[in-house]
Write a protein that binds this ligand. Structure first.
Ligand code: PMP
Length: 381
């Protein structure tokens, strides 16, 4: 699955030709029986892939940010407090969102490149009453994978509802909705699902649904879970016109994931993560993220002395590989490479080869093939 220019950013990720073919199907009525069936299956597949037997899936036109908003506003009564565990830009976004709705919150920020210490979560919930806690599984700005399962274990059996932002993890790193006791999982199609952007995806557990039902109103109309429930139960009904083609594309993406199998898919992501890290290390690109919390889905690489961000990324683009710059305090000092979704050896090889040549064109002495040789040993799954 290779194009002349590959998009190796942490979302959107390369879209498989099978998914593109569904996207290119004639746009049909949202009431067309074949579409309604595909929508229903997409909802079921999403729930199964997040390892839940009975949670309520919601997939609507929007993006990950809308999914964040739906997750938060549907489960908090006015005045109830949110605890935000943040390891970067997207964790911090929950605080901006809370501010927009006048939701009181405490924000716990890990230093960039590290995750919040689970002991800090214990301290916070031991001293303050929160209605919900947000966890960003992988923060796309820092490449940090939080110990989500451990946080969930700490929160198990307590009253706080658990919101898990899986946007940069779901489908590439294991997430066990039922087993971990997650109450709301939110995600988006354009990362490890490998589908195009354009949808907000949420999974609401029984406690979260009961909470919404107990609220007389929430500060949203399009984002109100109760307005969507009849549609999610019967996708042949109408509330707002669904993104027909995006849903068909996501349907295909879920089929590909189920054909591959979750265990194999996670093993592939782990192997590709290792291969990328080994390859980058071999050519002097150090990881920004602390060793104990590096995500399998992306890498954040520090620029060696003398290598300028714009020049390097332009060289990468000229070599046919798009990588991303960094955000916030590390903008200009590092770059980000996504390695998730439906990618394989060819994408890894092309990315590392482009990194070798781009570093050379930025004045570094790099032995030809060094990155690929180091990566090759890891590329089995
Ligand atoms: N959460 C995380 C962890 C993300 O990486 C992103 C997007 N990069 C979002 C939320 C927001 O998603 P979107 O850009 O689709 O609104």
């Amino acid at each position: 699955m290779i194009d002349s220019l590959i998009t190796m950013i942490p979302g959107p990720t390369p879209v498989h030709p099978r998914i593109l073919a569904r996207l290119a199907e004639p746009t049909v009525s949202h009431l067309f029986p074949a579409f309604v069936t595909a929508y229903r299956q997409t909802l079921d597949n999403f729930r199964a892939l997040m390892r839940s037997a009975s949670a309520q899936p919601v997939i609507v036109g929007g993006g990950g940010t809308l999914a964040m908003e739906m997750a938060v506003i549907n489960i908090l009564a006015p005045g109830e407090k949110l605890l935000i565990l943040s390891q970067g830009y997207f964790g911090d976004r929950f605080s901006a969102l809370a501010e927009s709705f006048g939701i009181p919150f405490d924000l716990v920020q890990a230093p960039w490149g590290q995750a919040v210490d689970p002991a800090e979560l214990e301290r916070r919930i031991g001293s303050t009453r929160y209605a919900a806690v947000t966890i960003t599984h992988v923060d796309t700005s820092t490449g940090t994978c939080a110990p989500a399962e451990e946080y969930c274990r700490i929160l198990r059996g307590r009253d706080e509802l658990v919101i898990l932002d899986g946007v940069c993890a779901s489908g590439g790193i294991d997430e066990r909705f039922d087993e971990w006791g997650v109450d709301v999982l939110l995600t988006a199609p354009q990362k490890a699902f490998g589908a195009p952007p354009g949808l907000a995806m949420c999974l609401f557990g029984a406690r979260a649904l009961a909470k919404r039902r107990a609220l007389p109103r929430v500060p949203g109309y399009y984002a109100d879970l109760l307005r969507w429930l009849p549609i999610m139960e019967n996708p042949g009904a109408y509330y707002s016109t669904p993104a027909v083609n995006e849903i068909l594309a996501l349907h295909e993406a879920t089929l590909i994931m189920m054909e591959e199998g979750l265990e194999r898919r996670f093993a592939r992501h782990r192997a590709i993560g290792r291969a990328m890290r080994a390859g980058f290390a071999a050519i002097g690109l150090e990881q920004f993220t602390a060793p104990d919390c590096r995500a399998d889905t992306l890498s954040v690489l520090k620029y060696p002395a003398g290598v300028a961000d714009a020049e390097f990324r332009a060289a990468m683009a000229a070599a046919g590989v798009t990588v991303a710059g960094c955000l916030g305090p590390i903008a200009g000092q590092a770059f980000r490479v996504g390695h998730m979704g439906n990618i394989g050896i060819e994408e890894v090889t092309r990315t590392l080869r482009a990194a070798e040549s781009s570093l050379r064109s930025c004045g570094r002495q790099i032995e030809d093939g060094a990155a690929i040789a180091a990566a090759a040993a890891e590329m089995t799954w």
